[in-house]
Design a binder for this molecule. Structure first.
Ligand code: COA
Length: 334
């Protein structure tokens, strides 16, 4: 096994995938008592994509991963670590990462595992991959965030079903000899003291599936939107400042803030508190809704493919999610 400690870990390729079927707010208004006006003004969402019944998170992840591998100019043979972040794994086990490994024909004998930090999953995922790569043992890591959120929302609950969508984003991380490039630093955290704010209660070891749990709709996501909103604004601002401080970079030096896309109003509040102007904040929630951990890599891929990121740019990622979990990462684009 080659063993060479890299000077940095860079993002070598990005990819995204969204399912073909799209549902507008007007389509939703035919199912639940809501309106395009309410959804758009409260959340910034106009439409979301819905995976086909037989399309699982691993299938969406495979498509995003193929795009990222191609963009990186490597082959799946070169991948030596796979992390999939998801709250909607194909099944309890084996992990979605193992299923994706097989579907992509990635070689055996490398670590493949799922990571669940809810909507913060991608930020956790790239930090874990970066730390593993800095050991010198891995040269190319595939981090895939794939979420079929529409499989866990209650389509009769208008307070949640209007907010989520399906999709996947992926990056290929590469070990590099460049100094001061790529993933410069991350701060991660969690507070498990108030899990009721956002959870999916049944289907695990605490409450295995029974006719009763199904009848009581306990296999659907439950959320106290107002509480989540308050925490999100505060935590995202704090963690963004913390990672900037860690890396000795000022908010004015940021070229692009890519926040988790849960609500446009949350993002605007965070940007305002950080004094980052709207031209430097990426918001694409109107097109996809909240795709949980996939929002950030999907947004990153769009920016890269639209040539909106150039070498030397400081890119700030910040996310929060169920747990609660949170994380922020600073990248110097290479
Ligand atoms: N359509 C129409 N009306 C709706 C509705 C919908 N889809 N959903 C809720 N309402 C109603 C409520 O019943 C309430 O009516 P009432 O005043 O008669 O009781 C009213 O609209 C206001 O609801 P409220 O919950 O106060 O709205 P809000 O401004 O807080 O916005 C969220 C709700 C969910 C959009 C917002 O709280 C939010 O985005 N929170 C964060 C969620 C999040 O980010 N989750 C993911 C974390 S990763």
């Amino acid at each position: 096994m080659n063993f060479k400690v890299p000077n940095s870990v860079i993002i070598k390729g990005t990819g995204k995938y969204v399912p073909e079927k799209m549902m507008t707010n007007d389509d939703l208004a035919k199912i639940v008592d809501t309106s395009d006006e309410w959804i758009y003004t409260r959340s910034g969402i106009k439409q979301r994509h819905i995976a086909a019944p037989d399309e699982a998170s691993s299938d969406m992840g495979v498509n995003a991963a193929r795009n990222a591998i191609e963009a990186a100019g490597i082959s799946s043979e070169d991948i030596d670590l796979v992390i999939v972040t998801t709250v909607t794994p194909d099944m309890m086990f084996p992990s979605t990462a193992c299923l994706l490994q097989a579907k992509l024909g990635i070689r055996n004998n490398i670590p493949c595992f799922d990571l669940n930090a809810a909507c913060t999953g991608f930020v956790y995922g790239i930090e874990v991959a970066t730390r593993m790569m800095k050991s010198g043992l891995y040269r190319h890591a595939l981090v895939v965030s794939a979420e079929k959120m529409t499989s866990i929302v209650d389509w009769e609950d208008r307070t949640t079903c209007v907010l989520f969508g399906d999709g996947a984003g992926a990056v290929v991380l590469a070990a590099s000899d460049e100094e001061n490039a790529g993933i410069l630093g991350s701060v991660l955290g969690a507070d498990g003291s108030d899990t009721a704010m956002l959870k999916l209660p049944a289907g695990g070891s605490l409450m295995p599936a029974t006719a009763e749990t199904v009848k009581n709709k306990l296999h659907f996501l439950q959320m106290d939107g107002k509480e989540v909103f308050k925490h999100a604004v505060k935590i995202m601002q704090e963690k963004a400042l913390e990672v900037l401080d860690l890396c000795k970079v000022n908010p004015e030096q940021i070229s692009m803030l890519i926040p988790h896309q849960a609500n446009a109003r949350i993002i605007e509040s965070v940007a305002k508190r950080l004094k980052i102007t709207s031209d430097k904040v990426y918001i694409n929630i109107a097109k996809y809704g909240n795709t949980s951990s996939a929002t950030i890599p999907m947004a990153l891929d769009e920016l890269v493919r639209e040539n909106k990121i150039k070498c030397g740019d400081y890119i700030l990622l910040v996310a929060f999610g169920a747990g609660l979990t949170w994380g922020a990462t600073l990248i110097k684009w290479q």
